[in-house]
Design a protein around this ligand. Structure first.
Ligand SMILES: N[C@@H](CCC(=O)N[C@@H](CS)C(=O)NCC(=O)O)C(=O)O
Length: 206
């Protein structure tokens, strides 16, 4: 198997963490989806990372499909509960975390546009999703150790990748002080090797 991802993608990080937690061997190719002539479009018509290329050459995307596939392919350290109702709960956590990342990534891209082309309304709409989403995550987490209770699972990985992305792209955002329970979860996640080894880093440009 080969994973095509970037060093900054929080969705790609989610897949890398799942691979590490489940001890699945996988070749990794780093590619920026934003570069002219990127190889990403050869495997994903949407031009987005991550993409997982199976041994028979078939690509799968997006990150939610990939992590589901990986969890099925190896029984080691199951990350999606086998009970369907519990699996849906875990995937809802993932959908909310990924959705907040979607909104945050739009803000990042919008701010890269020339100032006169940026839309304050569009940015405000995304910020609303981020703020409402964080509030919901914090309320859902409550005083629990992990998102789903006593067991670490995909929900925690997804939320950890979101919080890591906010820390990376929005260092002055006050989520950690506004939501101490999310900050405590994030600290707990950062004790894990899989999180430590996949921190987002800006690629070095020549
Ligand atoms: N829903 C997708 C989102 C993937 C995504 O948006 N990836 C970003 C990198 S963080 C990307 O490749 N963007 C390039 C583009 O939108 O053209 C997933 O979960 O894999």
């Amino acid at each position: 198997m080969k994973l095509i991802t970037s060093l900054t993608s929080p969705y790609g990080r989610k897949v890398s963490i799942v691979l590490a937690e489940k001890r699945i061997e996988c070749q990794v190719t780093i590619a920026s989806p934003w570069e002219e002539g990127t190889i990403v479009t050869e495997y994903n018509p949407l031009g987005k990372v991550p993409v997982l290329i199976l041994d028979d050459g078939k690509p799968i995307y997006d990150s939610r499909v990939i992590v589901d596939y990986l969890d099925q392919v190896s029984p080691v350290g199951r990350l999606i509960p086998s009970d369907h109702r519990q699996a849906i709960r875990a995937m809802r956590w993932e959908a909310l975390a990924d959705g907040i990342i979607d909104a945050a990534a739009i803000v990042v891209q919008e701010r890269k546009r020339p100032p006169r082309q940026q839309s304050a309304d569009w940015i405000a709409r995304q910020q609303g999703k981020i703020e409402r989403g964080l509030k919901q995550l914090s309320a859902d987490l409550g005083e629990r150790k992990w998102c789903m209770g006593d067991n670490y699972c995909l929900a925690d990985i997804a939320v950890g990748c979101l919080l890591g992305y906010l820390e990376f792209r929005f260092p002055s955002h006050a989520w950690a002080t506004d939501y101490p329970n999310l900050a405590a979860l994030y600290a707990r996640l950062n004790e894990r090797t899989a999180f430590q080894e996949t921190r987002p880093v800006e690629p070095v440009t020549a």
